[in-house]
Ligand binder design. Structure first.
Ligand code: ARG
Length: 266
């Protein structure tokens, strides 16, 4: 495993520019992002309550178990939890219209004492109205996804959790003709650089895009990695499910399952 990883590093460094993790990011420590989850070691996710994980609907083929507790995907510190039931957004269709969001109810609650694990707060309409996720706001995306994009192959996830900081971009800019030409719906959020070079990529899907609440300094999840054309290409921003848009659906789904609402969701 280790040998393979070192080999992959060498190949990547000859192919891509000097920095090329997540795409253009760097190693992240789980202690700093204690809500980060891997969905079956294939997709990302976030812990939003001791017994619930949020991810994207398009990762549904991997809704068997989640892993939490380490930045290393194959570490023995990764604790495995089985999924009791998955709730896919009722309006999720072929993906074109978005609504790419799913909630995973775990069989047993996560032991929050067991190391670096804590639910993340979710953005809601109020948070958005206060301007805390407006265009230009710097956000961080996290994941074990590809660190270099080769459209011919879909290799395995990267073993070390990566992070990259990218600005939120307005839907208007992301919908420009040479960008996504109207495909970015209201329930989606764009983030990235006009010149490219920093982005999420395959296997980052379902993972969180977070900002810091300037008032409380808490991390708040504003996006879920959903799609993009290629990875880190100029004008092809990363497209995320807009979390604020689904705050009510999340709240009512958790309520309907008779869970105590987490402090994290308010
Ligand atoms: N759909 C991809 C996945 O399943 C994630 C794509 C994100 N792409 C991007 N360029 N931001 O992992």
């Amino acid at each position: 495993m280790k040998q393979l990883f070192v080999m992959a590093m060498i190949i990547c460094s000859t192919w891509a520019s000097a920095t090329d993790n997540i795409i253009g990011g760097e190693d992240a420590r789980i202690e700093d992002w204690p809500f980060m989850v891997s969905v079956n070691k294939q997709c990302g996710g976030s812990l939003i309550h001791p017994q619930w994980v949020m991810t994207v609907a398009h990762c549904s083929q991997y809704f068997q178990k989640i892993f939490i507790g380490s930045h290393h995907l194959y570490s023995s510190n990764m604790v495995q939890y089985e999924i009791e039931k998955a709730f896919i957004h009722p309006d999720y269709g072929d993906g074109e219209e978005g609504h790419d969001i799913a909630l995973l109810n775990l069989k047993r609650p996560i032991d929050l004492q067991a190391g670096a694990i804590y639910p993340v707060r979710l953005a809601d309409a109020q948070f958005e109205a206060r301007g805390h996720q407006s265009p230009g706001t710097l956000a961080t995306v996290l994941g074990w996804g590809l660190t270099t994009y080769d459209s011919d192959q879909y290799p395995v996830p990267w073993p070390y959790l990566q992070r990259v900081d990218i600005p939120i971009v307005s839907n208007e800019i992301a919908n420009a003709p040479d960008s996504y030409n109207g495909e970015v719906k209201e329930n989606m959020l764009a983030a990235g650089l006009e010149e490219g070079g920093k982005d999420a990529c395959q296997h980052d899907s379902g993972g969180p895009l977070v900002v810091r609440d300037p008032e409380t300094r808490e991390l708040v999840q504003v996006g879920i990695v959903a799609w993009g054309i290629g990875c880190a290409l100029p004008l092809k921003y990363g497209i995320y499910t807009r979390v604020s848009h689904y705050a009510e659906w999340v709240r009512s789904t958790l309520n309907a399952e008779n869970q105590n609402l987490p402090r994290a969701i308010r």
